[in-house]
Design a protein around this ligand. Structure first.
Ligand code: NDP
Length: 496
């Protein structure tokens, strides 16, 4: 169906929402300020978006609090919230072409990824939490007969969500879907690079019947709007995805304000460990290539460190290098493109500086390494592979967030575990082997939130996702995500 769409013509006809969405209505920033929303596809200005700051965040939080106190959403039967969220999921699915196009124009990922992966996952996420919420029971504690102790889960109140630009709507949905399902009100601050899909979905929340004030979107900059949300005295929880550096700031903001709960999904440096006994080396090579080049490597669990057993190093690297060629960047609006642009110039320059650092620290550049397609006005980097990387080199330690793979050789499983764990991050690890015992032993030894064995992508909405160490804490996805947006209440009734 989508193959027939002329995305450029559709882009010309888009009606882009560029105002903040507060209390059920689109409004300008209180200051009247706007910022340019630039497409990394070709450098064109897509819109001038309201630049919300502390005053707008305060308006949104007040609206969110008022809606929560009135109980227009929080006090509905779970079954009623379920119906509305399923309606929202249907509306997202119905408008998936438009949303996918907005996403691609805004952050440069291939249109087929936006359409067939991201928007499907967003609709599924909203539907999943809608479906789940009327099937969860509370608890009764084992007390003497003279008492009845109820342990109930209650919504937190006002949830602040601060989200990144790599999967703009999906990362937002991972937060707002469980938060809304649990009965909270939400104030979302999308990344300044990619606010457009969140604003369009805000409109769809109204259409689905979510009452005014329950879902608000304040676009703006991190240091102003993001910080204001983090420091607001009437926000009960902040849920964040982004860099470790900014994640730490949210802990500080909470400590210096109202001690709000904080959950953080931050960076990663995923080790992808490939043993010589891997059952299907071609599948492993495909996994290695997809793991670093998908979304131009702008993925928090991108498999950016390839740990390969020395015996198969040459043959395996040759396979991954051949596959890299299929990821040459192309027009994000073409249905055939597998790798689009970087999100913006800043990120492009950052990735290029890591490539330069890799060379200067002595790694061997095996594939790519250059900025390309500059004539388009957009920001594109070739799939890039470094060989002979030492785990102490900058490119093996820092989250590059670009299509740059660092290849590191190991000889024994113990060495692989040591290398894999020698990182400040602990989000995910991938592991390829035919030996189930070895796989289990290594999986237990890895200090990461997800271990994927003989595959790349650690599961869908039904499994938890989040980090150990400086990759953060708290889990997105699955029923476990609801823990972040609810608190436990004990009601102890003496009955005689
Ligand atoms: P940031 O961590 O800076 O941005 C993530 C979100 O936090 C955005 O909404 C941003 O707003 C907001 N933010 C930024 N600064 C502050 C602040 N001082 N107070 C409150 N909120 C703030 O990521 P970047 O966009 O700068 O990307 C830099 C690097 O971060 C990437 O190269 C990558 O390594 C990592 N990253 C990791 C992600 C992940 O999924 N784990 C996602 C994105 C980035 P605004 O956009 O307006 O600045």
């Amino acid at each position: 169906m989508s193959a027939a769409i002329d995305w450029r013509t559709m882009a010309e006809r888009l009606n882009i929402r560029d105002q903040a969405f507060i209390n059920g209505a689109f409004v300008d920033a209180a200051s009247g300020a706007t910022f340019e929303c630039v497409s990394p596809v070709d450098g064109a200005v897509l819109a001038r978006v309201a630049a919300g700051d502390a005053e707008d965040v305060d308006r949104a939080v007040k609206a969110a609090r008022a809606a929560f106190e009135k109980g227009v959403w929080a006090d509905l039967a779970p079954k009623a919230r379920k119906r509305t969220l399923i309606k929202l999921a249907d509306l997202i699915a119905k408008n998936a072409d438009e949303l996918a196009l907005l996403e691609t124009l805004d952050m440069g990922k291939p249109i087929m990824n936006s359409r067939n992966a991201d928007m499907r996952a967003v609709a599924e996420c909203v539907r999943w939490y809608g479906e789940a919420i009327d099937k969860l029971y509370d608890e009764i504690a084992p007390t003497p007969k003279t008492a009845l102790a109820l342990i109930t889960r209650e919504p937190m109140g006002v949830v602040g969500a601060v989200t990144p630009w790599n999967f703009p709507l999906l990362m937002a949905a991972w937060k707002f879907a469980p938060a809304l399902a649990a009965g909270n009100s939400v104030v979302l601050k999308p990344a300044e690079q990619s606010p457009l899909t969140a604003l369009r979905v805000a409109e769809l929340t109204s259409e689905a019947g979510i009452p005014p004030g329950v879902f608000n979107v304040v676009p703006g900059f991190g240091e102003t709007a993001g910080q204001a949300l983090g420091r607001h005295m009437d926000v009960d929880v902040v849920t964040f995805t982004g860099s470790t550096e900014v994640g730490k700031l949210f802990l500080k903001y909470a400590g210096e304000s109202n001690m709000k709960a904080v959950s953080l999904e931050c960076g990663g440096k995923t080790p992808n460990i490939v043993f010589a006994d891997t059952p299907d080396l071609d599948a492993a090579a495909q996994g290695a290539a997809d793991g670093i080049f998908y979304n131009s490597g702008q993925v928090c669990d991108a498999a950016s460190r390839l740990l390969v057993e020395d015996k198969i190093h040459d043959a395996f690297l040759a396979k991954v290098s051949a596959l890299a060629d299929k990821y040459q960047p192309g027009d994000p609006l073409s249905d055939k493109t597998r790798m689009g642009s970087m999100v913006d110039k800043t990120q492009t320059d950052r990735v290029l500086s890591f490539i330069a650092k890799g060379k200067s620290e002595g790694a061997s550049l095996a594939v790519g390494g250059r900025q390309v397609r500059q004539e388009t006005g957009g920001f594109y980097i070739e799939p890039t592979i470094f060989d002979r990387v030492g785990n102490q080199m900058t490119i093996a330690r820092e989250e590059i967030f670009g299509p740059v793979l660092s290849t590191i050789v190991f000889k024994t499983p113990e060495e692989a575990i040591k290398l894999a764990n020698d990182s400040k991050y602990g989000l995910e690890a991938n592991l390829w082997t035919n030996d189930l015992t070895k796989a289990h032993r290594i999986a237990r030894a890895l200090r990461v939130g997800t271990v994927t064995i003989n595959g790349r992508d650690g599961g869908g909405i039904e499994v938890p996702f989040g980090g150990y160490k400086q990759s953060g804490f708290g889990r997105d996805k699955s029923l476990h995500a609801l823990a972040k947006y609810t608190q436990l209440k004990t009601t102890y009734i003496n009955v005689g």
